[in-house]
Write a protein that binds this ligand. Structure first.
Ligand code: C2O
Ligand code: CU
Ligand code: CU
Length: 516
């Protein structure tokens, strides 16, 4: 358990925007180094050893304009030994170097060689590389619409540890249309990266080495099927506060936690105005009283403080009626409405935000029924799987370039999984509940209700979707603009690492890696 830390003692930090190293004919060129360093995460906590990008946790924010490609050289300058417990029994990585990294830009439409395939890892100075390693400099086309993306480590079998150590940052694509909308901007717009951690007394990060009561012959260290920290951080500070003016602000929320999902609300009773999802602006703003955010999901929000001058407002996390009263994760951060209004707030929340063409009119080439299942390994540990297949089974999902498919995610486990597909942004069709007990007894699907359309704030472009237990969640997906090898997986990092991740390929009948 973490030491007791005073809440709202530190101001909210804002990550720096990364500057390019230079420019070449392909556009701006960046270099980003992964390093070990120490950073103060709370006033009363000794500096914490972290691994991060550019000695910053979270990493620096990368900002680009739509249509302007950039290149990033991701460099690993980390120690050879991990400071978190590495389980070598999972994912066929027993022979791999202990510390390996590969960066994925989550939500981006990028060629497979630059996508951060889990087996495209590399070690310090690229001394050793994984079987899929192709290039040091990644290229991001940034052709998709303005959106809140994020970059994070994706190395095979240790993604949960590398992310927990601090290897994640924001990546924002802006576009002209969005700029024309007069949304709150500059100092009135900022990312909020929400994460949970547990600390030891000396300020170091705690991550469990084994389950609490390990059976005799478990590997040591041994992966756990989930991990929730007992302390919440925003932008790398424990329970921070932000001083605001009585006006509108735009916050780009990201849940960058390993396992934890959130149910966010404001204790003032005021709503959020959600303007965007994973893949950019919604059609219309949606008034949201309580915002659910699964790992890797983003929500672009406007909060209007104009009627709350002088007030203190808490961003809360609803833990539900059965919550342990000692659980401190019901608080996220605090807003203090006590800065004077520096100028009249002329920003506004437009009634129409953007156009989103529904994919429902597309010809559907394939419907895939994909099961989210639980199983046990040779040590009696839970293993979560997609369609009962391990990572190393042959590729089964091979959509054609430019084709539209329906992916029907049937969750027969006891909890929700945030399912993420690389390369594309999809649309949610519906969710339909079925009787899980009946299914688990005789394999029959008995629906217990009609298919329910997605919530109003899910009716936009998504790359990660909550697939609840005992429901079939259907997505419609168009696979473009690149062919090549990608992955899809559960974004609970403890699941992704063991073994809820599968390769998939976008097939171009004519040629590989061709652009549409
Ligand atoms: Cu954010 Cu494949 O991951
Ligand atoms: Cu991704
Ligand atoms: Cu999962």
């Amino acid at each position: 358990m973490s030491p007791k830390l005073k809440k709202f003692a530190d101001p909210l930090p804002i990550m720096e925007t990364l500057k390019p190293k230079g420019k070449n004919k392909k556009g701006p060129y960046y270099e980003v180094t992964m390093e070990a360093f120490k950073q103060k995460l709370h006033r009363d906590l000794k500096p914490t050893r972290l691994w991060g990008f550019e000695r910053s946790y979270p990493g620096p924010t990368i900002e680009v304009m739509q249509g302007e490609p950039i290149q990033v050289k991701w460099m690993n300058n980390l120690p050879d030994k991990h400071f978190l417990p590495v389980d070598r029994s999972i994912h066929g990585v027993a022979g791999a170097p202990e510390v390996r990294t590969v960066t994925h830009l989550h939500g981006s439409e990028t060629q497979s060689e630059s996508d951060g395939y889990p087996e495209a890892w590399f070690t310090k100075g690229y001394e050793q590389t994984g079987p899929f390693f192709k290039r040091k400099v990644y290229e991001y086309p940034n052709r998709q619409r303005g959106a809140t993306l994020w970059y994070h480590d994706h190395a095979m079998g240790i993604t949960r540890l590398n992310n927990y150590a601090g290897l994640a940052g924001m990546y924002i694509i802006r576009d002209r249309h969005e700029k024309s909308l007069n949304l709150p901007k500059a100092e009135y717009e900022m990312p909020l990266v929400i994460q949970d951690r547990t600390f030891n007394e000396d300020g170091s990060l705690f991550y469990p080495r084994q389950p609490d009561d390990p059976s005799a012959n478990l590997p040591d260290p041994s992966i756990q099927p989930f991990f929730n920290g007992d302390t919440l951080l925003v932008n790398g500070k424990v329970w921070p506060y932000l001083e605001v003016e009585p006006r509108k602000y735009r916050f780009r929320l990201l849940n960058a936690s390993n396992t934890r999902s959130y149910e966010l609300y404001l204790d003032s009773g005021q709503p959020f105005y959600q303007i965007g999802t994973d893949g950019g602006l919604l059609r219309k703003p949606v008034k949201v009283e309580k915002l659910a955010l699964e790992p890797a999901e983003r929500a672009d929000l406007i909060i209007d403080f104009s009627k709350y001058d002088g007030d203190t407002i808490l961003l809360k996390n609803d833990l539900g009626p059965d919550a342990d009263p000692n659980d401190e994760t019901d608080d996220v951060m605090q807003f203090k409405v006590r800065l004077p209004l520096s100028k009249k707030d002329t920003s506004h929340i437009p009634s129409e935000l953007s156009e989103i063409r529904s994919l429902k009119g597309n010809e559907v080439k394939a419907i895939r029924n994909l099961k989210l299942v639980g199983s046990t390994d040779e040590f009696g540990r839970p293993v979560l799987l997609l369609n009962n297949k391990r990572w190393d089974a042959p590729v089964t999902e091979k959509p054609y370039l430019g084709s539209t498919e329906i992916w029907s995610l049937m969750n027969i486990t006891g909890f929700a999984h945030p399912i993420h597909i690389h390369l594309i942004q999809f649309q949610i069709l519906d969710r339909r509940p079925f009787d899980l007990d009946t299914y688990n007894t005789n394999g029959k699907i008995e629906f217990t209700g009609p298919a329910v359309p997605p919530k109003a704030n899910e009716k936009g472009w998504k790359d990660t979707v909550a697939a609840p237990s005992g429901q079939i969640t259907r997505l419609i997906v168009r696979f473009a603009p690149f062919a090549g090898y990608y992955v899809w997986h559960c974004h609970i990092l403890e699941h992704e690492d063991y073994d809820m991740m599968r390769p998939y390929t976008v097939e171009d009948p004519k040629r590989n890696d061709k652009q549409e």
